[in-house]
Design a protein around this ligand. Structure first.
Ligand code: SF4
Length: 355
């Protein structure tokens, strides 16, 4: 049984256990192994948030479940729906830590953007998530509870894609992230294909190489946000530990092992990240690589003194990248009226609590 599934009461959170782990745990308490699959169906197919809603389970077994396990049900403290249909939730965990989750619907699908840590250690100089520092890792069960809640609220289209791009650095919480991913991917779990799961990292090289060896075709997104070491370390302190050339070499390894294209996230900040020099350097750095670049217009955060470029400047930068051989698209901002950029809602809640 993974430590990541233990709750503060020292009972394992049933939602963080694999079917094999749950079957073993059931055998240990004298229950028939097939009951584990029944409980799995309640959690993953029917979205049960507590033991009492498992109506075809006998009351004796429900009592036994409560004695031996825990089923976390984070409290929703804020819920916002944007004009463009983006839904944003602020969850409060059992220890009152808050994390945010976003559902992004499009014409044909629904994607959930998931947090993996309460706060973040990496302190990127454009991101609200890092401002208050890091408090703790989320457990696999907590990560899954964000996704299962989003699934229950995704009424336009069934939830089909998961992106780990919310608060926290997913690869800094590797074991819990992978436990959650295996349950998302398992047919007895959510049954979502690895190619529909994206892990976004600021560039934790040893973990990128570890992920490459998992045998899963998980989509990898790299927060690049700079065109050489000098420019990147201004915005991303992590670049001091994991410099650009080593990061790009790890990305090439990842592509070789998984046969997947990598997405580079690149923030557009006026007079900082979009320049002819940036295009030249990026063209050389990414030469011959199976990748695409996602250009993200900067979303203002009051603590940082950056500005968004004009629309024309963004289009000109995109054109120049294409001419340099890099396929680039500009991300349409979603949910700006409800503060849907990374960490904004949690940060605002922390600020209000401090007043
Ligand atoms: S961009 Fe990601 S790694 Fe950087 S501070 Fe924000 S959450 Fe952390």
């Amino acid at each position: 049984m993974s430590m990541s599934s233990l709750s503060s009461s020292n009972k394992p959170d049933i939602r963080g256990l694999s079917l094999v782990e749950l079957t073993k745990a059931f055998t240990a308490i004298g229950e028939k192994p097939f009951r584990a699959k029944q409980i799995f169906d309640w959690i993953y197919k029917n979205g049960a948030m507590d033991f009492d809603s498992m109506s075809n389970i006998s009351s004796d077994l429900r009592t036994k479940l409560k004695e031996n396990f825990f089923l976390s049900s984070p409290k929703i403290v804020e819920e916002h729906i944007s004009n463009d249909g983006t839904k944003k939730f602020l969850f409060e965990m059992a220890d009152r830590e808050k994390v945010e989750t976003v559902i992004i619907p499009t014409a044909t699908r629904a994607t959930v953007c998931v947090s993996t840590q309460a706060g973040c250690k990496f302190g990127c100089k454009f991101c609200a998530s890092g401002i208050g520092g890091w408090t703790r890792n989320l457990t696999a069960a907590e990560i899954l509870s964000e996704i299962l809640y989003a699934k229950s609220k995704s009424n336009l289209h069934p939830l089909s894609h998961i992106v780990f791009m919310g608060t926290g650095e997913p690869l800094d919480n590797y074991d819990n992230l992978m436990q959650a991913i295996r349950l998302i991917n398992a047919k007895e779990g959510l049954g979502i294909a690895a190619r529909r799961i994206t892990v976004s990292t600021c560039g934790v090289i040893p973990k990128i190489l570890q992920l490459a060896k998992e045998g899963l075709q998980i989509e990898l997104a790299i927060s690049l946000h700079g065109y050489n070491d000098e420019s990147r370390k201004v915005l991303m302190p992590v670049n001091k530990k994991y410099p650009m050339n080593d990061l790009i070499a790890a990305c090439r390894e990842y592509i070789k092992a998984t046969k997947r294209q990598i997405t580079f996230e690149y923030i557009l900040i006026k007079d900082v990240t979009c320049s002819p020099e940036a295009v030249r350097e990026l063209g050389m750095l990414l030469k011959g690589m199976i990748c695409k670049m996602n250009l993200i217009p900067y979303n203002p955060v009051s603590e940082f003194d950056h500005k968004m470029p004009t629309r024309q400047e963004m289009f000109d930068f995109q054109d120049s990248l294409e001419r340099a051989g890099i396929h680039a698209t500009i991300r349409t901002p979603r949910g700006r009226d409800v503060g849907a950029a990374c960490g904004q809602l949690r940060h605002t809640a922390q600020k209000s609590a401090a007043v």
